[in-house]
Design a binder for this molecule. Structure first.
Ligand code: ATP
Ligand code: MG
Ligand code: MG
Ligand code: MG
Length: 576
């Protein structure tokens, strides 16, 4: 089918939209690919939908290729399954919750682990049924605090989410590896430059989770990579030991300082200054309490620093509430002595207040001297860790700044930081959901076996924008062919019948040869047509015009700008 500009539902804009800051947002709107309906809510117009469908198809093909089966869930979901996993509450304000006319609670699905687990439980019973991988390409809803950059961070967006169900850990590792390989193929095919970064710390949970980040300055994720190897990690996940940390690590537990009382900010500052290592001011210090946490069903403890302003007490009820359903216990001196700097996470005062889960930081942000109160509260160990860097007002830290130039944890070089757009995320869930819903298979020995799961997401709509971030110039979009809305954008440059007849004939022949053609058959001036062709970004621009007098047409490569003249009789073969 030939797409004709004369009838195409498309109006390009000469000006950038006022609300757009990043290139993909500006260009996708200007080129008439998407239109805003509301904050973080966009519609796809014909050219946009064509690209979206191409990307979706690549994702679908690669999922099918690893044996995943496509199904489709509704977005409108009852509350109960999400209540069972506590995500109804845990998701906080990001969850769209609605009531039906009878007053029953529903939500618009932000991700579908619960439903997939229940569905597999409903259909499968025996070990012979497993393993199985299921996926959907479906609209998700998240009431993002800051919807941003058009389709890059929407409140309604399309995700491919898949889930693997295996009988044992080896099976899960295999499903995970298959997804990892499929994701590489997907992102290679759509022409993306990307890195795979550890999303959780290797020290804490193996390679249980990795993110695929499209390299882009406009990305919201900061990652570090080693100058000497392909080690890369989200800054939130890096666990290394700084020189100071190592030196403290060497010290015996006896060096932990005991004080008679919970320190006030002043006593803390006095104490730190008395150690003579460096001078501290009150502004630099923040009291941290170390706790240990573990997820239900897990036997692995993580250490977590909970920060409070230096003059305030920590409210442990709130720490527990923020971390639910994880178990929380105060850190004992023995725990601390065993692993003084494996602080997995950090809760700032703001996060605590908002009931958010903690984010992960590099433990080297907390270097310094341990501070333990023991005498009056033997079970209450307050460990103060002093940041070498400033805390931002909400208690978070620019971890990337801390890590830049530091030694890489794999010992291969130093770390450099860069930014990226999260386009995919693969995750070994383990038995979190199968425990909640009791997903078992009857084993060969007649005993029930608990299923282990993985979940894997690709932001299909976000991927369209990420591709644009890497593929554009000042004149417009520059699509990689695999996802382009057409192969050839033919400009009829001239009004006489020869131009029209030749263009029509060539368009028909190209179409027959399987080449996807946009034909600019409008009455507009060549200047308008050329500008639109650049903006729309199809890989090859074909100009049918003056050259016909010499029997040639002009082929322009959209990306390189290179122009070549090709004989009219040869052009179909040339382009097919
Ligand atoms: P982000 O860190 O960008 O908020 P996320 O970690 O919350 O993403 P996941 O829950 O891992 O997202 O979802 C899987 C994929 O869905 C992400 O890797 C991303 O590509 C995509 N995605 C998530 N949120 C959005 C959104 N608001 N708009 C578009 N795509 C999104
Ligand atoms: Mg998110
Ligand atoms: Mg993320
Ligand atoms: Mg993610």
């Amino acid at each position: 089918m030939i797409t004709r500009m004369s009838t195409l539902f498309l109006r390009t804009l000469r000006e950038d939209p006022a609300d757009a800051e990043v290139p993909s947002h500006k260009l996708l709107v200007r080129a008439g690919y998407v239109r805003r309906v509301g904050p973080g809510v966009y519609s796809w117009l014909p050219l946009g939908l064509a690209v979206f469908r191409r990307v979706e198809q690549v994702v679908r093909e690669e999922m099918n290729a690893i044996g995943a089966q496509e199904i489709l869930f509704p977005a409108l979901l009852p509350r109960e399954p999400y209540e069972a996993t506590n995500r109804w509450a845990e998701y906080g304000p990001a969850l769209f919750r609605i009531k039906d006319r009878k007053g029953a609670d529903y939500l618009l699905g932000p991700t579908h682990e619960e439903l997939f687990t229940l569905t597999v439980k409903g259909e499968y019973a025996s070990y012979k049924d497993y393993p199985v991988m299921l996926y959907q390409i479906q609209t998700k809803y998240r009431d993002e605090e800051r919807p941003r950059a058009g389709i890059l961070r929407g409140r309604e967006f399309v995700m491919k989410d898949s889930y693997s169900f295996d009988l044992d850990d080896d099976g899960l590792a295999d499903s995970y590896r298959k997804h990892r390989d499929a994701y590489r193929t997907i992102f290679d095919r759509v022409g993306l430059r990307y890195v795979i970064v550890a999303a959780t710390s290797g020290a804490m949970g193996g390679s249980a989770s990795e993110e695929f980040l499209a390299e882009s300055e406009t990305g919201e994720d900061t990652y570090v990579r080693s100058t000497g190897s392909d080690y890369a990690a989200n800054v939130e996940a890096v666990v290394t030991r700084a020189p100071e940390a190592q030196s403290v690590d060497d010290k015996p537990a006896a060096e932990v300082h005991h004080t008679p009382d919970t320190p006030t900010i002043e006593t803390l500052v006095d104490f730190l200054n008395s150690t003579g290592e460096r001078k501290f001011t009150a502004a630099e210090t923040l009291k941290n309490v170390l706790v240990k946490t573990r997820q239900p069903g897990s036997d692995e403890w993580s250490l977590l620093a909970v920060a409070v302003p230096g003059d305030r007490e920590v409210d442990f009820k709130r720490v527990e509430a923020a971390l639910e359903p994880a178990q929380v216990e105060l850190l004992t001196e023995a725990d601390f002595a065993a692993n003084p700097f494996l602080v997995k996470g950090y809760i700032g005062p703001k996060a605590l207040q908002d009931n958010k889960v903690p984010f992960l930081v590099d433990p080297r942000i907390v270097t310094g001297t341990a501070w333990v109160t023991g005498a009056d509260k033997p079970d209450h160990h307050v460990v103060d860790l002093v940041c070498g860097r400033d805390f931002t007002p909400d208690g978070t830290i620019e971890a990337a700044e801390v890590l830049e130039g530091d030694p890489s944890p794999d010992g291969t070089g130093t770390l450099e930081s860069a930014r990226g757009i999260e386009v995919g995320h693969i995750f070994q869930l383990g038995r979190k959901y199968s425990d909640t819903f009791g997903l078992d298979a009857l084993g060969q020995d007649g005993k029930p076996k608990r299923i282990t799961m993985g979940s894997y997401g690709v932001g299909v709509s976000r991927l369209v924008a990420a591709i644009v971030e890497q593929n554009h110039d000042r004149d417009g979009l520059v699509w990689p062919r695999e996802v382009a809305p057409a192969d050839v954008h033919m400009v009829m440059a001239g009004k006489d019948d020869t131009v029209r007849d030749t263009a029509e004939r060539l368009a028909a022949e190209l179409d027959d040869a399987g080449v996807r053609v946009i034909l600019d058959d409008r009455a507009s001036s060549p200047g308008v047509k050329f500008a639109d062709a650049e903006l729309v970004g199809v890989p090859t621009i074909l100009v049918v015009g003056k050259g016909l007098a010499n029997g040639v047409v002009e082929v322009k490569d959209r990306r390189s700008g290179e122009r070549t003249e090709v004989a009219v009789d040869e052009i179909v073969d040339h382009l097919r």
